[in-house]
Ligand binder design. Structure first.
Ligand code: HEM
Ligand code: HEM
Length: 230
């Protein structure tokens, strides 16, 4: 599965959208929602860590990890190491961010794992962990034979993109759920905060779109149309 358009420009758009989404979620959680804290009497500050780490840590760093083969100029081996390390950081920050949501629930007397968002979220983080371990074992250490590597690569790319798209959907559900909670407790439905949250979700989905476009496009396009008839 490869488009006949160079990935380069798609990766540039991805970086820009990633920076915009990161700023938007920080403005929301810090300016509108009062800030971030692991220990606090105001338990909402513990929750705020969740969207920040899941968006910036898991979705944005995970997306940058996926496009490292397309966005970076170095040797394949270097890019492989960056791919592996960025995915590991994304996974760890994702787990810490989910822990923050559990901590917020436990300290506020709210039940855990009652929503579709949380169920798919647990599925996503588990599949991501499995994908990382498989990737590590097959492509890095101890590493499969040349045949095993070649045979598993399309599955690795396909499954990786599938899990990533599922993560984008989970984040959209999370934004929807939190904004609905806030609107039900009095937040202006058409106020600036509501717009900020919905637009953050839209920028996130656009970011993911350009990550997928970068992944399915080649580094170089070979021109084999030179003889084509009109
Ligand atoms: C791919 C990214 C995400 C994953 C994997 C994820 C996963 C989870 C999980 C597993 C829980 C359950 C915690 C518990 O039961 O104690 C949860 C809770 C929650 N998350 Fe996320 N989350 C993600 C992104 C987001 C984002 C961006 C928001 C936006 C605000 C959000 C909002 C919420 C809310 C409001 C809850 C508490 C209510 C509930 O349990 O559904 N999440 N998340
Ligand atoms: C959850 C973690 C991971 C995800 C979501 C993931 C996802 C992906 C995706 C979507 C691609 C296709 C990229 C493209 O075609 O431009 C890819 C390629 C690749 N990944 Fe991963 N990956 C993960 C972890 C790993 C790990 C730990 C390794 C170990 C070294 C690894 C090694 C590779 C290799 C060698 C390629 C092929 C690059 C190429 O030649 O085009 N991945 N990965």
């Amino acid at each position: 599965m490869a488009l006949r358009i160079r990935a380069g420009p798609f990766t540039v758009v991805s970086h820009v959208l990633g920076v915009v989404a990161a700023i938007m979620v920080l403005v929301w959680c810090i300016h509108f929602r009062g800030g971030l804290a692991f220990e606090a009497t105001n338990k909402s500050l513990i929750f705020n860590i969740h969207p920040v780490l899941l968006l910036i840590g898991f979705i944005i760093l995970g997306g940058e990890a996926i496009i490292s083969y397309k966005a970076l100029p170095w040797r394949k081996e270097v890019k492989k190491l960056i791919h592996l390390i960025l995915h590991a950081i994304a996974l760890i920050l994702g787990i810490v961010g989910i822990y923050a949501a559990f901590k917020f629930h436990n300290e506020s007397g709210i039940p855990n794992l009652y929503s579709l968002h949380s169920w798919i979220g647990i599925g996503v983080i588990s599949l991501y962990g499995i994908q990382w371990i498989f990737g590590f074992v097959v492509f890095f250490y101890p590493g499969g034979s040349a045949t095993v590597r070649a045979d598993s690569l399309p599955w690795h790319a396909l499954f990786g993109l599938f899990v990533y798209v599922l993560a984008l959907g989970t984040a959209a559900l999370g934004f929807l759920e939190k904004l609905t909670f806030l609107q039900n407790s009095g937040l202006d439905k058409y106020g600036s905060e509501a717009f900020l949250v919905n637009f953050t979700a839209i920028v996130t989905v656009l970011f993911g779109t350009f990550i997928v476009l970068s992944a399915v496009s080649p580094n170089h396009v070979v021109d084999d149309f030179s003889y084509s008839s009109i």
